[in-house]
Ligand binder design. Structure first.
Ligand SMILES: Cc1ncc(COP(=O)(O)O)c(C=O)c1O
Length: 360
């Protein structure tokens, strides 16, 4: 017995976890500063924590009302209908639902390179094929319709990430409109706004009334501090919102996750603190790191450090975990997530010391 040919599928490479690294180094995880996965350094807010506690006695039943409540709450927030909100286990889950709804075997997707690897993985899981468009370091990873259209050849799904992981660059909303209008009728443009809360740019969800070939994905993993609960969603045009019922995994977003997400949506203070800290950390990283960096709309900064694998390993030995971007095809770059003020200052000190030693 063997699984199907999985040779074209590559495993996801996550940022390294604090517990895993602590075990390896014989350290207490609390002594590590983990800035490798763009998580919220403040964790979940008090309202979400309270909702998690309150929900605990009710997890014996399948989550039905909570998913409906979350879709309604989000529809209210985004001024669309609940049918347009596809609640999912993380934004990754929403990407899978879009793959399920759109890809026939052999259909191609067009994804950014460098870029978030799950677009490619999801396409391959669904028997699709992958092509890429380049975001060039020489152009500061600028995102333009031309960069996408130069590579575009009628793919079934085109992925945009704004703010973009791992570079931080953004795709203008006017440019998203240009692109949605330029591609074939059969092409879906997916705008991944996993880091949308950290930028002032308006969400592309506002365009769903005008373009029926657009979908937007968002998550509670980043600014809402709920990565461990796996809740995200897709926002889609009204015209095909009802496809959700045919493609979603039943009850895949958990009762605890949905209740925590609902509470987090009402906790403006926590979101404000989170975004404010990230903005401070972003400028601190850009001002203080002894390495070239790129402007970022997200809760992370990309830095050019030379041999990223050695630098990341050396900072890790000193208790600061950053992301070596080799797996993104950027072997000379690290990505540093925005930490608390204290964590970010510590990270900068450690990274600068490592860089000084490497250069000496
Ligand atoms: C660009 C991008 N999209 C989607 C995700 C997935 O988010 P989730 O945790 O909601 O699955 C991530 C997570 O790192 C990401 O960086």
């Amino acid at each position: 017995m063997e699984p199907r040919d999985l040779s074209a599928l590559s495993p996801y490479v996550p940022g390294r976890g604090a517990e895993e690294v602590a075990r390896e180094l014989g350290m207490d995880p609390a002594d590590l500063t983990k800035l490798s996965s763009n998580e919220n350094p403040h964790g979940p807010g008090p309202a979400a924590i309270e909702a998690i506690r309150e929900t605990a006695p009710r997890v014996g039943v399948y989550p039905k009302a909570s998913q409906t409540d979350l879709a309604e709450r989000l529809a209210n927030h985004w001024d669309c209908t609940p049918e347009q909100i596809w609640v999912a286990p993380g934004a990754d889950g929403a990407l899978d639902y879009l793959s399920r709804a759109f890809l026939d075997p052999g259909d191609r997707i067009l994804a950014p390179d460098p870029g978030f690897s799950y677009y490619r993985m999801s396409a391959r899981y669904h028997h699709g094929e992958v092509t890429t468009y380049a975001l060039r370091k020489a152009d500061n990873f600028v995102q333009t319709p031309d960069a996408v259209l130069d590579a575009y050849d009628g793919e079934r799904i085109v992925y945009l990430t704004t703010p973009h992981n791992p570079t931080g660059s953004e795709f203008d909303r006017d440019d998203i409109e240009t692109l949605a209008a330029a591609v074939d009728d059969r092409t879906l443009v997916v705008v991944d706004e996993a880091y949308g809360e950290y930028t002032d740019a308006p969400s592309a969800i506002g365009l769903l009334d005008e373009y029926d070939n657009l979908a937007v994905t968002r998550t509670f993993s980043k600014a809402y501090g709920l990565a461990g609960l796996r809740v995200g969603y897709g926002a889609v045009p009204e015209a095909w919102g009802d496809a959700y019922a045919r493609v979603n995994t039943p009850f895949a977003a958990s009762e605890v996750g949905c209740r925590a997400a609902l509470a987090a949506l009402d906790d403006d203070d926590h979101l404000e603190t989170t975004v404010e800290t990230a903005r401070w950390a972003r400028s601190y990283l850009r001002d203080e790191l002894d390495a070239p960096t790129w402007e970022s709309g997200g809760n992370f900064v990309l830095a050019e450090v030379g041999d990223a694998a050695s630098v990341a390993e050396a900072t890790q030995r000193r208790g600061v975990i950053v992301r070596d971007c080799g797996s993104f095809g950027l072997p000379t770059c690290i990505r540093v997530s925005c930490g608390t003020r204290q964590g970010t200052r510590r990270a900068v000190e450690v990274i600068n010391n490592v860089l000084a030693e490497v250069r000496a």
